[in-house]
Write a protein that binds this ligand. Sequence first.
Ligand code: TXA
Ligand code: MG
Length: 353
Amino acid sequence: METQIRKLDYDAIDMDVIEEAGRVLKEGGLVAFPTETVYGLGGDALNPASSEKIYRAKGRPSDNPLIVHISRKEDVYRIASQVSKEAQRLMEVFWPGPLTLIFPKKALVPDKTTGGLPTVAVRMPSDRIAAAFIQAAGGFVSAPSANASGRPSTTTAAHVAEDLKGRIEMILDGGQAVIGLESTIVDVSEDRPVILRPGVITRGMLEEVVGPVETDQAVIAPDSAVKPKAPGMKYRHYAPRAALTIVEGKPEAVIAAVNQWTAQAEAEGKRVGIIATDETAACYKGGLVKSLGARSREEEISMHLFEVLRSFDDTDVNCIYSESFGEAAIGQAIMNRLLKAAGHRVVEVPGSK
Ligand code: TXA
Ligand code: MG
C-alpha cells in the first residue's frame, strides 16, 4: 500500500486535504494525524473492521482498547451511557485538551474498539488539524498512538512514517507535537475519579476541579503484581533497541558514575548513549550524548523524550544511560514513560539525592 503524506499548515488548514482524509476513514482506511500530545493512528471508531485494521497495522494486541476521539463535547453523550458530575466538570475545564476520560459505553461503540471492555475512553484533542479531521471523518475516530507496538510514541510525521509507512493510507503532517507525552487518563466510570496514566494534566490540577482523585496502584508501584486498569499499561513500551538504564542520585554523582561506566565500555569497544539535560550535557566525557532540553523547563523534557529515545535506534549504541527526573508536576508522567522504556532498570549511585 502506498502511504500518502500530506503536509498541513496551521495558519491555513487545507480543507480539501482534510475532506480527503475524512473520506479515507469513512471508507474503512487508516489515517495518522497530529494531536497536541502525540500522533494518533486513526480509524472509524464505530466500524469494528477499522479497529481490527489498527491492531494489525501497529502489531498491537487486540485486548488493548483504543481511545475514541471527538471534536464536539456533546458527542460524548452518544457513546457514553453515563456521564457523572465530576466528569462534566473535568470536561468543562480540560476539554479540548490532553485529558482522556473513561465512561461506561453505549452499544453504539463496537467491542472491537474497546477490546471487549464495557467502558470507552474518550478524548477531545485541542489540536486544530485533529479537530477538523475528526469532524470530516464523521465525529468518532479511534486512535492509539501512531507507533509500531512497543516502540516510543511518535511526535513527528517522519516518526510515524518510520513505523507505519506502507501499512496505512495516509499521514497528515502537522509538524512537531507540542506536548510530546500521551494524555492523562482518568477513569470516571465509578464513584471516585482514578488516574490510570499520568500526563501533563496532573493530579493536583484535577483535584482543584473535582476534589480527591486517586491514582491506580499500577502507576504508583509499576513493578508490583497489581493489574493495571488501563490494559495498555501492562505492556513493555517505548523501548529503544539498546538496553536503557536510569541512573538516580545527585547530579555530580550521576555524571561521575556514567563517565566511569562509559570509559569502561568504550575500552571494551562498546558504544554508549547518554540521555542528559542542557545543564549537564557538557559534563559527559565520552559516549553519544543527547540532551532532552533544560531540566528547569519540564515541558521541554516531555516534548523531546520520545524523539530522543527513538533517535538512538538510528545509532550503533550498545547501551544507554539516562538521568532521572523528580516526580513533582509533570515529572511523574516523564518518569512513568522513562521507567517503562527502561523496563524498570534503575541504578542508584552512592550519595543519592
Ligand atoms: O494522547 C493520547 O492519549 C494519544 C493520542 C493519539 O490521543 N493516544 C494514546 O493512545 O496514547 P494509546 O492507545 O497509545 O493509549 C491508550 C491507553 C492504553 O493504555 C489503553 O489500554 C487505555 O488507554 N485505555 C483505552 N480504553 C480504555 C478503557 N476503556 N479502560 C481502561 N483503559 C483504557
Ligand atoms: Mg501508545
